[in-house]
Design a protein around this ligand. Structure first.
Ligand code: MG
Length: 159
């Protein structure tokens, strides 16, 4: 039995914030604004996992009105959702993602991001795809104002 989920997230870039993607700190002079640590990639994956099982979205599970989620590491949210799907008997088959940002270049961080996610999600890093692209200078992402992340996950359960 299979279920598929899609996730999307966007965060405004601002100076004075760390840039976190997939739980890895990327050296840059700006980071993502957010109630949590602003890790758009993890948020997109969380929404894809929840969406695959029609369990709602990240905002219903971790409301940004709750003080306990202020500046929380998004890896903790991902672990929580992974436990949720695992206790229901589902395994992750694969994850494919896009990160859309004008800068910085992510090429040398992709392996580190994949390794970190593979540890949290108990799947081989070869089953995680991280693709990065610019928006060719167009729109908010292309102007360096924000980072967008998209994720698709396939879940599998033996019946
Ligand atoms: Mg978010």
């Amino acid at each position: 039995m299979f279920r598929i989920g899609i996730g999307y997230d966007i965060h405004r870039l601002s100076s004075g914030r760390d840039l976190l993607l997939g739980g890895i700190k990327i050296p840059y002079d700006k980071g993502c604004l957010g109630h949590s640590d602003g890790d758009a990639l993890i948020h997109a994956i969380v929404d894809a996992l929840l969406g695959a099982l029609a369990l709602g979205d990240i905002g219903t599970h971790f409301p940004d009105t709750e003080a306990k989620y202020k500046n929380i590491e998004s890896s903790i949210l991902l672990k929580d959702v992974f436990e949720n799907i695992s206790t229901r008997g589902w395994k992750i088959s694969n994850i494919d993602t896009n990160i859309i940002l004008e800068a910085p270049k992510l090429g040398k961080y992709k392996e580190e991001i994949k390794n970190n996610l593979s540890k949290i999600l108990a799947i081989d890093s070869n089953s995680i795809s991280i693709k990065a692209k610019t928006n060719e200078g167009m729109d908010a992402s292309g102007h360096g104002e924000c980072i967008i992340a998209q994720a698709v996950v396939l879940l599998q359960k033996n019946c």
